[in-house]
Design a protein around this ligand. Structure first.
Ligand SMILES: [Zn+2]
Length: 106
């Protein structure tokens, strides 16, 4: 098991990484996704480009949610607006903290 550090915790999302292996672990609720550093950056670009208000859909409980495909195309998140904002904040903070940890290691 890697020696991971916590990069960010917001709402249901916790993001950790192993600096040595350059692997990111994105834990949301009870779903755990793993990414290489390149894949994590690419996923971040997708998340940042996704507009909640242009893409949200009504769900059966009358709440609007946006669907976010993970790199495994069969697996999607469905976020309410506030959940999506927290998820984006967690990813932004994780990338920032990861760059800090990389600098500290040098
Ligand atoms: Zn590792």
């Amino acid at each position: 098991m890697c020696n991971t550090v916590i990069l960010s915790t917001k709402g249901e999302t916790t993001i950790r990484s192993c600096i040595n292996c350059k692997v990111f672990y994105l834990w949301h609720n009870n779903l755990l996704l793993t990414f290489t550093d390149k894949a994590f950056s690419a996923f971040y670009d997708v998340v940042e480009a996704l507009s909640f208000h242009k893409n949200c859909l009504p769900f059966p409980d009358d709440e609007d949610r946006v669907i976010l495909h993970t790199p495994n195309d069969d697996i999607c998140f469905a976020f309410k607006v506030e959940e999506f904002e927290l998820f984006k904040e967690a990813m932004t903070e994780a990338l920032y903290m990861n760059s800090v940890y990389i600098l500290m290691r040098v």
